[in-house]
Unconditional design. Sequence first.
Length: 337
Amino acid sequence: MRILVTGGTGYIGSHTVLSLQEAGHEVVAIDNLVNSSEESLRRVAGLSGKAAVFHRVDLVDESAIDAVFAAHPIDAVIHFAGLKAVGESVREPLRYYHNNLTGTLNLLRVMDRHGVRSIVFSSSATVYGEHNPSPYLEKMEIGANNPYGRTKEQIEDILTDLGAADSRWRIALLRYFNPVGAHPSGLIGEDPQGIPNNLVPFIAQVAVGRREKLMVFGGDYDTPDGTCQRDYIHVVDLAQGHVAALDFVAEKPGVFRWNLGSGKGSSVLEVLRSFEKAVGRPLPYEVTGRRPGDLPAFWADASLALADLGWSTTRTVDQMCEDHWRWQKNNPHGYNT
């Protein structure tokens, strides 16, 4: 199939482009390059031996999306594009709602006009909110507690209503947890702009000398070592989950929800120790006060993805850290190296 990947130059997007090409699909990628680099796709082409078509497009520009569909016969869409920093979303809610919701509505309208009604949507575990116990199950009532998570939740609502109104639509909602790691080649990986919002890229920047030390927010949670536990998933496993979901909805109309996660929690200090093992030396860190909004622990129940898609994670936290470190060591300043 020919797959349109929105946000295709980003961290998860670029790895998914590679997985799609390895599965025999053709890819058209679009991105506005606000938080990513076209260099990622050039490197993907080197790994796969075939170049994805790229268009610099912002989803808030509906006519630009339409031009892409007019130029290429698209069979299905994987939708990553969107702003994604929780803290920033709290400070700038209007920007997040406009970008994420307007962009998605524009994309869906264009898809419908061109008769393309298969979509895999990049949702998030943040939709489960604070009230649900771990492990998270797809049947739980959702309720995000920040603007970023609410944009994901509202897009899920839009897609659910769309699927209910028109049985021709084939929709996968993928709620995934904490993507880390990089392609084992070390050629593509996570390249956050500014100060990283997530644990592993921050540790990696400490290891490569770009940050002085890791700040561990809270050491007194009700967890085995007092630090927060999260469900980490290797980005290559995650990318392959998107390909599996795409294959599933290609054969079956409806709206489907799957958690993509490892099914277990790893603490901040456990991840730090794994990264230190990959680097071969201790890394400086300081335990400080809790960060507002952080939950003590959460992880996925990913059994439905295994049952429906035949998908599960295959890579350990140690492998995630080894691959992430290989990427960061080879590219200390990301794609600007």
